[in-house]
Design a protein around this ligand. Sequence first.
Ligand code: F6P
Length: 328
Amino acid sequence: MSKEIKKIGVLTSGGDAPGMNAAIRSVVRTCAYHHIECVGIYRGYQGMIEGDFKEMGPRSVNNIVNKGGTILKSARSKEFMTPEGRKKAYDNLVAAGVNALVIIGGDGSFTGAEVFNEEYGFPVMGIPGTIDNDIFGTSHTLGYDTALNTVVEVIDKIRDTASSHNRLFFVEVMGRDAGHIALNAGIGAGAEEILIPEEDLGLDRLLESLKKSKASGKSSSIVVIAEGDKIGKNVFELKDYVEENLPEYDVRVSVLGHMQRGGAPTCYDRVLASRLGVKAVESILEGKSNFMVGVLQDKIALTPLEQAIKGKSEIDRELLRVSDIMST
Ligand code: F6P
Protein backbone atom coordinates (compact mmCIF):
# COMPACT_ATOMS: atom_id res chain seq x y z
CA MET A 1 0.00 0.00 0.00
CA SER A 2 1.36 3.43 -0.97
CA LYS A 3 2.45 5.50 2.05
CA GLU A 4 1.71 8.95 0.65
CA ILE A 5 -2.02 8.52 0.03
CA LYS A 6 -3.86 9.76 3.10
CA LYS A 7 -6.88 11.48 1.65
CA ILE A 8 -8.81 10.80 -1.54
CA GLY A 9 -11.15 13.29 -3.21
CA VAL A 10 -14.20 12.07 -5.14
CA LEU A 11 -16.27 14.02 -7.64
CA THR A 12 -18.97 13.51 -10.26
CA SER A 13 -18.67 15.40 -13.52
CA GLY A 14 -20.52 15.77 -16.85
CA GLY A 15 -24.05 14.48 -17.36
CA ASP A 16 -25.35 12.70 -14.26
CA ALA A 17 -26.19 9.00 -14.44
CA PRO A 18 -28.04 6.57 -12.17
CA GLY A 19 -25.46 4.66 -10.13
CA MET A 20 -23.23 7.67 -9.48
CA ASN A 21 -24.44 7.80 -5.87
CA ALA A 22 -23.74 4.11 -5.42
CA ALA A 23 -20.22 4.76 -6.74
CA ILE A 24 -19.67 7.69 -4.36
CA ARG A 25 -20.83 5.47 -1.51
CA SER A 26 -18.43 2.76 -2.57
CA VAL A 27 -15.44 5.14 -2.80
CA VAL A 28 -16.22 6.68 0.61
CA ARG A 29 -16.69 3.33 2.33
CA THR A 30 -13.65 1.73 0.71
CA CYS A 31 -11.57 4.66 1.97
CA ALA A 32 -12.99 4.14 5.48
CA TYR A 33 -12.30 0.40 5.25
CA HIS A 34 -8.64 1.14 4.49
CA HIS A 35 -8.44 3.95 7.10
CA ILE A 36 -8.01 6.64 4.46
CA GLU A 37 -9.80 9.97 4.67
CA CYS A 38 -12.24 10.92 1.95
CA VAL A 39 -13.41 14.31 0.72
CA GLY A 40 -16.47 14.88 -1.46
CA ILE A 41 -15.96 17.60 -4.07
CA TYR A 42 -19.20 19.31 -5.11
CA ARG A 43 -20.13 20.30 -8.69
CA GLY A 44 -17.26 18.45 -10.36
CA TYR A 45 -14.18 20.40 -11.42
CA GLN A 46 -15.95 23.71 -10.78
CA GLY A 47 -16.25 22.84 -7.09
CA MET A 48 -12.57 21.89 -7.10
CA ILE A 49 -11.72 25.36 -8.37
CA GLU A 50 -13.97 26.96 -5.75
CA GLY A 51 -12.86 24.71 -2.87
CA ASP A 52 -16.38 23.32 -2.40
CA PHE A 53 -15.28 20.29 -0.35
CA LYS A 54 -16.87 18.21 2.40
CA GLU A 55 -15.21 15.53 4.54
CA MET A 56 -17.12 12.28 4.11
CA GLY A 57 -17.29 9.20 6.27
CA PRO A 58 -19.23 5.95 5.93
CA ARG A 59 -22.32 7.51 7.52
CA SER A 60 -22.36 10.45 5.05
CA VAL A 61 -23.42 8.02 2.34
CA ASN A 62 -26.28 6.26 4.13
CA ASN A 63 -29.41 5.62 2.07
CA ILE A 64 -28.05 6.71 -1.30
CA VAL A 65 -27.32 3.36 -2.97
CA ASN A 66 -30.86 3.45 -4.38
CA LYS A 67 -30.96 7.12 -5.42
CA GLY A 68 -30.66 8.53 -8.94
CA GLY A 69 -28.69 11.70 -9.68
CA THR A 70 -25.61 12.56 -7.66
CA ILE A 71 -25.52 13.94 -4.11
CA LEU A 72 -22.25 15.68 -5.03
CA LYS A 73 -23.99 17.48 -7.94
CA SER A 74 -22.43 17.65 -11.36
CA ALA A 75 -21.25 20.34 -13.74
CA ARG A 76 -19.31 20.89 -16.93
CA SER A 77 -16.58 23.42 -16.01
CA LYS A 78 -15.18 25.74 -18.69
CA GLU A 79 -12.74 27.23 -16.17
CA PHE A 80 -11.07 23.87 -15.58
CA MET A 81 -10.11 23.86 -19.27
CA THR A 82 -7.77 26.79 -18.55
CA PRO A 83 -4.34 26.46 -16.83
CA GLU A 84 -5.41 29.17 -14.36
CA GLY A 85 -8.51 27.20 -13.36
CA ARG A 86 -6.51 24.02 -12.88
CA LYS A 87 -3.92 25.90 -10.76
CA LYS A 88 -6.69 27.11 -8.43
CA ALA A 89 -8.04 23.57 -8.21
CA TYR A 90 -4.58 22.17 -7.44
CA ASP A 91 -3.96 24.76 -4.69
CA ASN A 92 -7.32 23.92 -3.09
CA LEU A 93 -6.57 20.19 -3.12
CA VAL A 94 -3.14 20.72 -1.56
CA ALA A 95 -4.62 23.04 1.11
CA ALA A 96 -7.23 20.38 1.95
CA GLY A 97 -4.58 17.65 2.11
CA VAL A 98 -6.15 15.68 -0.75
CA ASN A 99 -3.54 13.62 -2.56
CA ALA A 100 -5.50 11.55 -5.10
CA LEU A 101 -8.75 11.88 -7.03
CA VAL A 102 -11.51 9.55 -8.17
CA ILE A 103 -13.44 11.09 -11.06
CA ILE A 104 -16.84 9.63 -11.89
CA GLY A 105 -17.91 10.80 -15.34
CA GLY A 106 -17.54 10.46 -19.09
CA ASP A 107 -14.74 11.05 -21.57
CA GLY A 108 -14.78 14.85 -21.17
CA SER A 109 -14.27 14.40 -17.44
CA PHE A 110 -11.45 11.94 -18.08
CA THR A 111 -9.75 14.37 -20.44
CA GLY A 112 -9.74 16.94 -17.63
CA ALA A 113 -8.29 14.34 -15.27
CA GLU A 114 -5.55 13.40 -17.72
CA VAL A 115 -4.47 17.00 -18.29
CA PHE A 116 -4.48 17.63 -14.54
CA ASN A 117 -2.34 14.56 -13.97
CA GLU A 118 0.10 15.63 -16.68
CA GLU A 119 0.46 19.13 -15.28
CA TYR A 120 0.72 18.32 -11.59
CA GLY A 121 1.55 14.60 -11.41
CA PHE A 122 -1.62 14.29 -9.32
CA PRO A 123 -2.85 10.68 -9.00
CA VAL A 124 -6.21 10.24 -10.77
CA MET A 125 -8.51 7.28 -11.31
CA GLY A 126 -11.65 7.34 -13.50
CA ILE A 127 -14.96 5.54 -13.07
CA PRO A 128 -17.13 5.59 -16.23
CA GLY A 129 -20.47 7.21 -15.43
CA THR A 130 -22.75 8.11 -18.33
CA ILE A 131 -25.96 6.67 -19.71
CA ASP A 132 -24.47 6.72 -23.23
CA ASN A 133 -22.17 3.68 -22.79
CA ASP A 134 -19.75 5.37 -25.18
CA ILE A 135 -16.48 4.71 -23.36
CA PHE A 136 -13.75 2.37 -24.54
CA GLY A 137 -12.47 -0.13 -21.94
CA THR A 138 -15.76 -1.06 -20.36
CA SER A 139 -18.73 -3.05 -21.62
CA HIS A 140 -21.01 -1.02 -19.35
CA THR A 141 -20.84 2.54 -18.05
CA LEU A 142 -22.73 3.41 -14.87
CA GLY A 143 -26.29 4.39 -15.63
CA TYR A 144 -26.51 2.65 -19.00
CA ASP A 145 -28.41 -0.38 -17.76
CA THR A 146 -30.84 1.83 -15.83
CA ALA A 147 -31.40 4.04 -18.89
CA LEU A 148 -32.09 0.97 -21.04
CA ASN A 149 -34.72 -0.22 -18.58
CA THR A 150 -36.28 3.24 -18.40
CA VAL A 151 -36.48 3.49 -22.20
CA VAL A 152 -37.97 0.01 -22.57
CA GLU A 153 -40.57 0.76 -19.90
CA VAL A 154 -41.61 3.97 -21.63
CA ILE A 155 -41.73 2.42 -25.11
CA ASP A 156 -43.94 -0.37 -23.72
CA LYS A 157 -46.39 2.37 -22.73
CA ILE A 158 -46.10 4.08 -26.10
CA ARG A 159 -46.84 0.73 -27.76
CA ASP A 160 -50.21 0.56 -25.96
CA THR A 161 -51.40 3.81 -27.49
CA ALA A 162 -49.68 3.16 -30.85
CA SER A 163 -51.53 -0.09 -31.20
CA SER A 164 -54.90 1.36 -30.08
CA HIS A 165 -54.72 4.02 -32.80
CA ASN A 166 -52.86 2.04 -35.48
CA ARG A 167 -50.07 4.60 -35.42
CA LEU A 168 -46.41 4.72 -36.24
CA PHE A 169 -44.26 6.25 -33.48
CA PHE A 170 -40.79 7.71 -33.86
CA VAL A 171 -39.16 7.57 -30.44
CA GLU A 172 -35.95 9.57 -30.04
CA VAL A 173 -33.56 8.39 -27.35
CA MET A 174 -30.34 9.87 -25.94
CA GLY A 175 -26.81 8.63 -26.47
CA ARG A 176 -25.03 11.66 -27.93
CA ASP A 177 -23.00 10.23 -30.88
CA ALA A 178 -23.50 6.60 -29.86
CA GLY A 179 -26.30 4.18 -30.69
CA HIS A 180 -25.99 1.79 -27.75
CA ILE A 181 -29.17 2.93 -26.01
CA ALA A 182 -31.18 2.96 -29.24
CA LEU A 183 -29.96 -0.43 -30.41
CA ASN A 184 -30.39 -2.35 -27.18
CA ALA A 185 -33.56 -0.66 -25.93
CA GLY A 186 -34.95 -0.88 -29.47
CA ILE A 187 -34.53 -4.65 -29.55
CA GLY A 188 -35.81 -4.95 -25.96
CA ALA A 189 -38.91 -2.94 -26.82
CA GLY A 190 -39.54 -4.74 -30.11
CA ALA A 191 -38.91 -1.77 -32.42
CA GLU A 192 -39.66 -2.16 -36.11
CA GLU A 193 -36.55 -0.21 -37.12
CA ILE A 194 -33.64 1.25 -35.16
CA LEU A 195 -31.71 4.23 -36.50
CA ILE A 196 -28.24 4.75 -35.04
CA PRO A 197 -25.27 7.00 -35.87
CA GLU A 198 -22.96 4.02 -36.49
CA GLU A 199 -25.02 2.73 -39.44
CA ASP A 200 -26.57 4.81 -42.20
CA LEU A 201 -29.79 3.00 -42.97
CA GLY A 202 -30.87 5.56 -45.57
CA LEU A 203 -34.30 7.03 -46.12
CA ASP A 204 -35.23 4.71 -48.97
CA ARG A 205 -34.62 1.62 -46.90
CA LEU A 206 -36.67 3.06 -44.07
CA LEU A 207 -39.61 3.69 -46.41
CA GLU A 208 -39.26 0.20 -47.91
CA SER A 209 -39.21 -1.38 -44.50
CA LEU A 210 -42.31 0.53 -43.36
CA LYS A 211 -44.16 -0.41 -46.55
CA LYS A 212 -43.23 -4.05 -46.03
CA SER A 213 -44.37 -4.02 -42.46
CA LYS A 214 -47.75 -2.54 -43.40
CA ALA A 215 -48.13 -5.16 -46.15
CA SER A 216 -47.28 -7.92 -43.71
CA GLY A 217 -50.29 -7.00 -41.59
CA LYS A 218 -48.73 -4.88 -38.85
CA SER A 219 -51.11 -2.11 -37.83
CA SER A 220 -48.76 -0.10 -35.60
CA SER A 221 -45.01 0.31 -35.42
CA ILE A 222 -42.28 1.78 -33.26
CA VAL A 223 -39.10 3.19 -34.79
CA VAL A 224 -36.36 4.03 -32.29
CA ILE A 225 -34.00 6.81 -33.33
CA ALA A 226 -30.74 7.69 -31.60
CA GLU A 227 -30.38 11.45 -31.10
CA GLY A 228 -27.06 11.35 -32.99
CA ASP A 229 -28.44 9.43 -35.96
CA LYS A 230 -27.00 10.63 -39.26
CA ILE A 231 -29.89 9.86 -41.57
CA GLY A 232 -29.78 13.57 -42.28
CA LYS A 233 -33.08 14.70 -40.78
CA ASN A 234 -34.18 15.46 -37.28
CA VAL A 235 -36.97 13.33 -35.92
CA PHE A 236 -39.73 15.86 -36.74
CA GLU A 237 -38.49 16.29 -40.33
CA LEU A 238 -38.39 12.54 -40.59
CA LYS A 239 -42.03 12.33 -39.50
CA ASP A 240 -43.01 14.85 -42.22
CA TYR A 241 -40.98 12.98 -44.81
CA VAL A 242 -42.57 9.64 -44.01
CA GLU A 243 -46.10 11.11 -43.94
CA GLU A 244 -45.51 12.72 -47.34
CA ASN A 245 -44.20 9.51 -48.87
CA LEU A 246 -46.42 7.03 -47.07
CA PRO A 247 -49.76 8.81 -46.51
CA GLU A 248 -51.25 5.59 -45.15
CA TYR A 249 -49.20 6.16 -41.97
CA ASP A 250 -50.38 8.36 -39.08
CA VAL A 251 -47.10 9.30 -37.39
CA ARG A 252 -46.38 10.65 -33.91
CA VAL A 253 -43.06 11.67 -32.36
CA SER A 254 -41.93 11.16 -28.80
CA VAL A 255 -38.59 12.62 -27.67
CA LEU A 256 -37.80 10.94 -24.37
CA GLY A 257 -35.17 13.47 -23.23
CA HIS A 258 -33.74 13.79 -19.74
CA MET A 259 -36.13 11.34 -18.09
CA GLN A 260 -33.61 8.78 -19.37
CA ARG A 261 -31.02 10.11 -16.93
CA GLY A 262 -33.22 9.89 -13.84
CA GLY A 263 -34.61 7.25 -11.55
CA ALA A 264 -33.36 4.64 -9.14
CA PRO A 265 -30.41 2.64 -10.48
CA THR A 266 -31.02 -0.98 -11.43
CA CYS A 267 -29.44 -3.72 -9.36
CA TYR A 268 -26.86 -4.16 -12.12
CA ASP A 269 -25.78 -0.52 -11.89
CA ARG A 270 -25.63 -0.63 -8.07
CA VAL A 271 -23.45 -3.73 -8.04
CA LEU A 272 -21.23 -2.38 -10.81
CA ALA A 273 -20.84 0.95 -8.98
CA SER A 274 -19.86 -0.86 -5.78
CA ARG A 275 -17.26 -2.97 -7.60
CA LEU A 276 -15.79 -0.03 -9.52
CA GLY A 277 -15.51 2.13 -6.40
CA VAL A 278 -13.64 -0.56 -4.47
CA LYS A 279 -11.23 -1.15 -7.35
CA ALA A 280 -10.65 2.58 -7.93
CA VAL A 281 -9.62 3.24 -4.34
CA GLU A 282 -7.59 0.06 -3.98
CA SER A 283 -5.75 0.76 -7.25
CA ILE A 284 -4.79 4.21 -5.98
CA LEU A 285 -3.56 2.66 -2.76
CA GLU A 286 -1.43 0.27 -4.82
CA GLY A 287 0.24 3.32 -6.36
CA LYS A 288 -1.62 3.24 -9.70
CA SER A 289 -2.75 6.39 -11.45
CA ASN A 290 -4.17 7.55 -14.77
CA PHE A 291 -6.44 4.57 -15.33
CA MET A 292 -10.14 4.05 -15.80
CA VAL A 293 -11.73 1.21 -13.87
CA GLY A 294 -14.23 -0.61 -16.05
CA VAL A 295 -15.82 -4.00 -16.56
CA LEU A 296 -14.94 -6.35 -19.42
CA GLN A 297 -16.56 -9.79 -19.70
CA ASP A 298 -17.84 -9.24 -16.18
CA LYS A 299 -14.31 -8.84 -14.77
CA ILE A 300 -13.13 -5.52 -13.38
CA ALA A 301 -10.38 -4.20 -15.65
CA LEU A 302 -8.09 -1.16 -15.72
CA THR A 303 -7.61 0.76 -18.97
CA PRO A 304 -5.17 3.67 -19.32
CA LEU A 305 -7.18 6.91 -19.30
CA GLU A 306 -5.65 7.92 -22.61
CA GLN A 307 -7.01 4.78 -24.30
CA ALA A 308 -10.39 5.16 -22.61
CA ILE A 309 -10.60 8.69 -24.03
CA LYS A 310 -9.28 7.98 -27.53
CA GLY A 311 -10.66 4.48 -28.09
CA LYS A 312 -14.05 3.88 -29.61
CA SER A 313 -16.71 1.84 -27.90
CA GLU A 314 -18.08 -0.17 -30.82
CA ILE A 315 -21.67 -1.31 -31.10
CA ASP A 316 -22.30 -5.04 -31.45
CA ARG A 317 -23.12 -5.36 -35.17
CA GLU A 318 -24.71 -8.75 -34.64
CA LEU A 319 -27.47 -6.87 -32.83
CA LEU A 320 -28.37 -5.10 -36.08
CA ARG A 321 -28.99 -8.47 -37.69
CA VAL A 322 -30.98 -9.65 -34.68
CA SER A 323 -33.10 -6.51 -34.93
CA ASP A 324 -33.71 -7.11 -38.65
CA ILE A 325 -34.79 -10.68 -38.04
CA MET A 326 -37.05 -9.65 -35.14
CA SER A 327 -38.91 -7.15 -37.29
CA THR A 328 -39.90 -9.85 -39.83
O1 F6P B 1 -23.98 12.28 -22.02
C1 F6P B 1 -25.23 12.11 -21.44
C2 F6P B 1 -26.28 12.90 -22.17
O2 F6P B 1 -27.53 12.69 -21.53
C3 F6P B 1 -26.40 12.60 -23.67
O3 F6P B 1 -27.10 11.42 -23.95
C4 F6P B 1 -27.07 13.85 -24.17
O4 F6P B 1 -26.76 14.10 -25.52
C5 F6P B 1 -26.47 14.93 -23.29
O5 F6P B 1 -25.99 14.27 -22.12
C6 F6P B 1 -27.43 16.01 -22.88
O6 F6P B 1 -26.71 16.95 -22.17
P1 F6P B 1 -27.35 18.10 -21.26
O7 F6P B 1 -27.65 17.51 -19.94
O8 F6P B 1 -26.29 19.13 -21.19
O9 F6P B 1 -28.61 18.55 -21.94
